[in-house]
Design a binder for this molecule. Structure first.
Ligand code: ATP
Length: 215
């Protein structure tokens, strides 16, 4: 079976943390593809000032351009109404594929607020990636398996087990970057920091289109 991970988020903008997470998790879980799925306007950020989905998608396309196994999807942007993660997973699920949903530890901390989260967990495996500054809560009442420090072959064995939890906690990538920091750096005119936090083509795009200059 092909293994595909869906990586949902606002990606305003996509940054080196996202890309590194996707690369490391792809290797560790032997995924065929990691698909970045930018949200239209995420339900929990409806009042926030979010950059046009066209720009966010364009930056994802640039950030994933060099890696054939990292893709950007328009699935949520094309959806007739703002879809929740559970809708997107249902729509993207194929019989011949095993689906994983990829999130950071900050999203994991609030997963119980997600629309129909128990159903989401029945439809796909969840990969929770440690994020610097956020504790991974392995006891939030949802059965999970902590694979931090495990070698790849043990992870491979766990993945083919028929039974056991389908939520994997990993520290495969530890990158202390956030989109919030990037937007702040642009407002300060701190080009050096910007270039350290996003792929070069994304830094150029942000400058070219004058994104994030005002809050
Ligand atoms: P913001 O600072 O605007 O909240 P963000 O950097 O958290 O943005 P999102 O687009 O909200 O980026 O993140 C999408 C997904 O990626 C979420 O599940 C989030 O937890 C995860 N994520 C973001 N940055 C990292 C990181 N540095 N390490 C691990 N996971 C991350």
């Amino acid at each position: 079976m092909r293994r595909i991970a869906i990586y949902g988020g606002t990606f305003d903008p996509v940054h080196n943390g996202h890309v590194e997470v996707a690369r490391q998790v792809r290797q560790l879980f032997e995924l065929d593809e990691v698909i970045f799925v930018p949200a239209c306007v995420p339900p929990h950020k409806r009042n926030a000032n979010i950059t046009s989905a066209f720009h966010r998608f364009a930056m994802l396309a640039l950030a994933t351009e060099v890696d054939q196994r990292l893709l950007a999807s328009t699935a949520e942007l094309d959806a007739p109404q703002l879809p929740y993660a559970v809708d997107t997973v249902a729509r993207m699920k194929r019989e011949d594929e095993r689906l994983f949903f990829l999130i950071g530890s900050d999203s994991w901390a609030e997963i119980r607020t997600w629309y129909e989260w128990p159903r989401l967990l029945t439809m796909c495996d969840l990969i929770v990636v440690t994020r610097p500054g956020y504790e991974v809560d392995s006891h939030n009442g949802i059965d999970s398996i902590d694979i931090r420090g495990m070698d790849k072959s043990r992870v491979a064995d766990l993945l083919i087990r028929e039974t056991g939890p389908r939520v994997f906690l990993t520290d495969a990538a530890l990158v202390a970057v956030s989109a919030t920091k990037i937007r702040a750096a642009v407002q300060l005119g701190d080009r050096e920091s910007l270039e350290a936090m996003v792929p070069p083509a994304v830094a150029s795009y942000i400058e070219k289109y004058g994104l994030y200059k005002t809050e």
